[in-house]
Design a protein around this ligand. Structure first.
Ligand code: MN
Length: 357
């Protein structure tokens, strides 16, 4: 099924006769439009892209299969949409409830001559096609190269944000359009905060450093985490924690396969951490789906009962975070196939100790 077919088939199971897309990710997915501005309207007959003059030419070139409509001061988007509503006798229009603000919803509700119904079309993006997987692979390769670079670059005495900025600069120099999200760099006891943004703390010799970062290629994200030691090895407990997280991550990856439930992968990894006595220090999900957004559904959570399908891309990222001591997380991006997991990020996962000089 192509993207429009997937969208229409999802609509057929809802009460909406057409779908009005407003989010960056779904407008990009359906029409190559990555912008806060503009609308993509999918009806059973036609795909419409409604943009102003800033986007018109580019959108027209990228959407030979669509009717591209120009909104202006005289012919506003609501007039254009109402014309379509009338032409195609549409009574109900779906909207993205998780994207449209309350204010914009109230305006649309007032202006459009159809009832508005919230419809979640994000599931159409869950299974990736070959082109999408190709972009994610490239994004993973760039992240891997950046990790190799940063292991060589980092020294005790540097600030976390200095390391994070170097990482982003390297990725951009090597083909990334941007970073997937704000880079997480947590050293020493800050490692106990799973999502600590890179700060001004200086990295000390013997600190464990957790870097969680990714590159975007063609709007598709990679998302990788590694935890390494700077200059000398960490204490015994943190070294042991690194081993436990490695083993949990391996078990989680092995449970990624078409037909498996997401919660079963979470369980496989979580059991390792619980059996080692650190269950209370692993407070987040095992992972999430990955695509145009860094965090997509379905999640690899303890409660997600749905099953993985070939072509989905997920992260596997267990961690242990001990307040006052530090933390370890290891994350890979994994393609779900019928035959099992295909790990797309390939950076080494053993506990690396960087050079002193
Ligand atoms: Mn992640």
């Amino acid at each position: 099924m192509d993207r429009l077919e997937k969208c229409r088939s999802l609509l057929a199971g809802s009460n909406a006769q057409a779908m009005l897309c407003t989010s960056y990710h779904n407008k990009f997915y359906l029409a190559g439009l990555y912008s806060s501005s503009g609308y993509v309207l999918i009806t059973q007959k036609q795909k419409y892209v409604i943009v102003d003059s800033r986007y018109y030419e580019e959108v027209r070139q990228n959407n030979r299969d669509a009717q591209v409509l120009l909104m202006t001061g005289e012919k506003t988007y609501d007039m254009l949409i109402n014309d379509i509503i009338e032409d195609e006798s549409i009574r109900t229009v779906g909207f993205e409830g998780d994207d449209l603000s309350y204010d914009r919803y109230m305006i649309l509700k007032d202006k459009l001559n159809a009832s508005l119904i919230p419809v979640d079309i994000n599931p159409i993006r869950a299974v990736k096609d070959a082109g999408e997987i190709g972009s994610i692979r490239e994004a993973c390769d760039i992240a891997d190269a950046a990790y190799t670079h940063i292991l060589d670059f980092v020294r005790a005495g540097m600030r976390e944000d200095e390391v994070a900025n170097e990482l982003v600069y390297f990725m951009k120099k090597n083909g990334a359009m941007k970073e997937s999200f704000d880079t997480i760099a947590a050293s020493g006891i800050r490692g106990a905060m799973p999502h600590a943004k890179a700060g001004t703390k200086r990295i000390e010799e013997g600190d464990l450093v957790t870097l969680d970062f990714g590159a975007k290629v063609g709007q598709y994200c990679s998302d990788i985490t590694r935890t390494f030691a700077v200059g000398k090895g960490p204490g015994r407990e943190l070294a042991k924690i690194h081993e436990i997280v490695s083993e949990a991550q391996q078990k989680g990856i092995e449970a990624v396969r078409a037909g498996m439930r997401f919660c079963d992968a979470d369980r496989a990894a979580r059991s390792v951490i619980e059996d080692a006595g650190y269950g209370e220090y692993f407070g987040h999900n095992l992972g999430h789906s990955l695509g145009i957004n860094d965090h997509e559904d379905p999640r690899l959570s303890p409660t997600e009962q749905s099953r993985m399908e070939a072509g989905m891309v997920v992260t596997v990222e267990p961690g242990i975070y001990v307040p006052g001591l530090g933390g370890v997380r290891i994350e890979d991006d994994v393609l779900v196939t019928e035959d099992g997991p295909q790990v797309l990020t390939r950076s080494p996962k053993q506990l690396i100790i960087t050079d002193k000089e």
